[in-house]
Design a protein around this ligand. Structure first.
Ligand SMILES: Nc1ncnc2c1ncn2[C@@H]1O[C@H](COP(=O)(O)OP(=O)(O)OP(=O)(O)O)[C@@H](O)[C@H]1O
Ligand SMILES: [Mg+2]
Length: 274
């Protein structure tokens, strides 16, 4: 990147971090039976920004997203979105309110075509013309989906299914997109391709994004602001450019100390979905 482009990026990032708070979690606690998965999580997401939550396996990342989208109800604390308290609402209601969730492990409908999967993402909408236009927009962002539009989603590669899951979530025209580990099990090249598109959608559509990731290097390169989650608690928060400079982050999340081979091959060792 040239120096001018870099300066513009820093200015843009600053502007995105000045927006109104569109999502606020306050002291959120969620459990699975006796297992308390998140233990008082508070965070803020500003409109138009990309915020990431980093954490290792089992830290509680997926639970945070499931609590926001209404899949599980919190025991304590609150979720405020766009001026309204939304915890304990049904997932359907949350989607209509403007939050769309790309779940961990993609979960496309394998026997439906790519186009039918995308149309499922628009189930809340009544504006047929708008849906058709958005379908074309998604094919513009993800040309491979246009090529495969009539093919069954189950026949796509892992990376293509991840693209389909993201595009499907965007078909509801969300104000906030929740992304659960989109890099999981994908090669570095595909991860880069997908995150480039995620950034483009954020810039061009103004879609606010909350991204949870174990892959800290790609998440910190993509997001504006980051939180670090350990065993259900936020232990660090800062702008991503500052997090990248912190020794703890370098050591534990970027794998820059000691075990460099592991750092390089990490994506292959992660759990695979297909
Ligand atoms: N359905 C469940 N039943 C019981 N415990 C669960 C369930 N789902 C998650 N947990 C537990 O809750 C904690 C947080 O899990 P969560 O899935 O939110 O973590 P995560 O950060 O998304 O991990 P990963 O990186 O592996 O996806 C873990 O201790 C996990 O074992
Ligand atoms: Mg998870």
């Amino acid at each position: 990147m040239s120096e001018v482009a870099l300066t513009e990026e820093v200015v843009d990032r600053g502007a995105r971090l000045q927006g109104d708070v569109i999502l606020r979690l306050s002291n959120l606690e969620s459990s699975y039976g006796p297992v308390q998965a998140i233990r008082g999580v508070s965070l803020e997401v500003r409109a138009g920004s990309i915020v990431t939550v980093l954490g290792a396996n089992g830290a509680g990342k997926t639970t945070v997203l499931k609590t926001i989208s209404g899949i599980i109800d919190p025991q304590k604390g609150g979720v405020w979105f766009d001026g309204e308290e939304i915890q304990r609402r049904d997932p359907d209601w949350v989607v209509r309110r403007g939050i769309s969730h790309v779940p961990e492990g993609r979960e496309v409908f394998p026997l439906l075509s790519v186009r039918e999967n995308l149309m499922m993402g628009a189930f809340t909408r009544r504006d047929g013309d708008g849906v058709t236009r958005d379908l074309e927009r998604m094919y513009g962002y993800f040309p491979i989906l246009a090529e495969r539009r009539s093919q069954e989603a189950g026949q796509l590669s892992g990376g293509q299914q991840q693209m389909l899951a993201i595009a499907r979530a965007l078909m509801s025209r969300p104000k906030l997109l929740l992304l659960d580990e989109p890099s999981l099990g994908l090669s570095p090249k595909l991860v880069k391709e997908i995150f480039d598109i995620v950034r483009r959608v954020n810039r061009e559509e103004g879609t606010t994004m909350l991204l949870v990731e174990q892959n800290a290097s790609v998440a910190l390169a993509t997001a504006d602001f980051g939180y670090v989650l350990e065993v259900g608690r936020i232990v660090m928060e800062d702008r991503c450019d500052r997090l990248l400079e912190k020794e703890d982050i370098k050591e534990f999340y970027l794998g820059m100390k000691g075990d460099s081979v592991r750092g390089e091959r990490r994506w292959k060792r992660k759990k695979q979905w297909r």
